[in-house]
Write a protein of this length. Structure first.
Length: 478
């Protein structure tokens, strides 16, 4: 897709001041000086652990055609930078990025789909993009660009040719979804589900529900809204929506159990590599096979079908598009090892609900003749004061899932062990506070040709380090 922004648009969108005009047309937006920034607009963002204002010279070396900053080095260095590239001064680079994202969204014709939820945001986004691409030109961010800087960057990736853009919205404190909705102004919105994620920032599952509900409250009154009837919190939101609490936009619903829902999908059979589904979509019965693993993905497939229905796809077209869905990096991703064993790498995110689903789904798999079932788990981060309780709970679940060996590392390893012990787990378990101590204590498990391994933990625990120890044949480092 052809993407181009003029200097006039850049100044208008950021509400900045042009200190130099070396380049007047740009073909992208970047924030990382380690990447190729040729012809791109570089935003010098200031984070908790870094300040990109210290790397303006690196941005120039990487080819940046414009630099957006709210402070500069000495006046002599600024004058030198001004001779080499376009320089825009703003009040705050993050606010300027958000303003530009909002401005660009208004300039583009693409219909904006907004999705949030404790689990399944990124997978749903990718499923929806795969299905909608069967009929329209669709843009979506690769990975979890779902926060206060990720959402505007996602919006800034939309080109004039795009007809639909799927935008993921995350949060770790109240009010964050509200701000993202203001920036993206979505036309269709959905909450995948409400569970115990980011408890550190919101305190309780009720706090999570309230924060997620912001996508319905703060989107336009005319926006279409999609609801999960299988989750008690989102079902309560649907009841409010029916009474007009969120406006007069069209309402869509999905469920595996509620026969009143417009979208109903149920599992007929499941295996390592696919799900066989049947059900009803907008009154049309059907069945299909989707090449993804895990019963929990039915929820994500139904949200994606909801977006497709809300965008105008027919039920027949949706049934035909469902098999186009695939799991992304770190999300129920099967990885083949040199030894012949297989790893289910599900380490992009973790909270109590997603951990429970992963363990239960893996427990349903048959053990190959002579093979072992192994769990390699890591800390669920951002659990706050609930961390001891939820890690004991996960330890209990893991103990009941028929693993031959269980490995766990993270600060809550003692609580996880207490959960295992409470359920009488007597097979091999190795638990430690860090990845390094885990390796030092017993080394990584030896994976034989018939073994299958579940790897699950929060992204920050970097479980892929251990995966690399086993010489994966079809795995790329993120």
């Amino acid at each position: 897709m052809l993407w181009e922004m003029t200097l006039e648009q850049l100044v208008a969108g950021t509400k900045g001041k042009a200190l130099s005009k070396v380049h007047t047309r740009f073909t992208g937006v970047g924030t990382d000086t380690r990447a190729d920034l040729k012809n791109q607009i570089f935003f010098a963002l200031k984070g908790d652990n870094f300040d990109a204002h210290a790397f303006l010279s690196k941005a120039l070396s990487a080819g940046a055609a414009a630099v957006i900053a709210h402070r500069f080095p000495s006046s002599s260095e600024l004058e030198e930078i001004k001779t080499k590239t376009t320089v825009i001064e703003v009040d705050d680079t993050l606010k300027a990025l958000q303003r530009l994202g909002q401005y660009w969204r208004q300039q583009m014709k693409a219909k904006i789909l907004g999705v949030t939820g404790t689990n399944g945001k990124t997978t749903t986004k990718e499923f929806a993009a795969a299905m909608l691409s069967e009929k329209w030109k669709v843009q979506y961010s690769k990975g979890s660009f779902n926060n206060h800087w990720g959402v505007p960057i996602s919006l800034l990736s939309i080109a004039p040719e795009h007809e639909i853009a799927v935008i993921e919205m995350g949060m770790n404190h109240p009010g964050e979804i509200r701000e993202l909705v203001k920036i993206a102004a979505p036309d269709i919105v959905a909450v995948t589900m409400v569970g115990r994620g980011h408890l550190e920032g919101v305190g309780s599952i009720e706090g999570v529900a309230k924060a997620k509900e912001e996508i319905y409250i703060d989107s336009s009154k005319s926006s279409a809204k999609i609801f999960n009837l299988d989750n008690p919190h989102t079902k309560a939101m649907f009841e409010k929506a029916k009474s007009g609490a969120y406006g007069d936009g069209r309402l869509f619903s999905f469920s595996s159990e509620d026969r009143t829902a417009q979208i109903q999908l149920r599992i007929v059979a499941s295996g390592i590599d696919d799900l066989q589904l049947e059900g009803i979509i907008d009154g049309v019965k059907g069945h299909t096979t989707v090449p993804v693993f895990g019963a929990h993905n039915v929820n994500n497939l139904m949200v994606a079908a909801g977006f497709s229905l809300a965008c105008g796809m027919t039920a027949k077209e949706i049934w035909a598009a469902l098999p186009k869905c695939r799991s992304g990096w770190g999300r129920n991703q099967w990885v083949n090892l040199k030894s012949g064993g297989r790893v289910l790498f599900d380490a992009y995110n973790a909270n109590p609900e997603s951990m429970r689903a992963a363990l239960r789904n893996f427990a349903s798999l048959a053990r190959a003749s002579g093979g072992k079932k192994i769990a390699v788990l890591a800390e669920m981060r951002e659990m706050g004061a609930s961390a001891p309780e939820v890690h004991r709970e996960v330890g209990q679940i893991a103990a009941e899932c028929d693993f031959d060996e269980i490995y766990f590392y993270g600060p809550s390893h003692s609580e996880f062990r207490a959960g295992l012990t409470s359920k009488g787990f007597l097979k091999k378990s190795v638990l430690s506070d860090t990845y390094e101590h885990l390796l030092a204590s017993d080394g990584p498990p030896v994976i034989s040709p018939s073994d299958i391994v579940l790897m699950k933990g929060s992204r920050g625990m970097q479980l892929e380090r251990l995966l690399q120890e086993w010489q994966p044949l079809d795995f790329k480092q993120k």
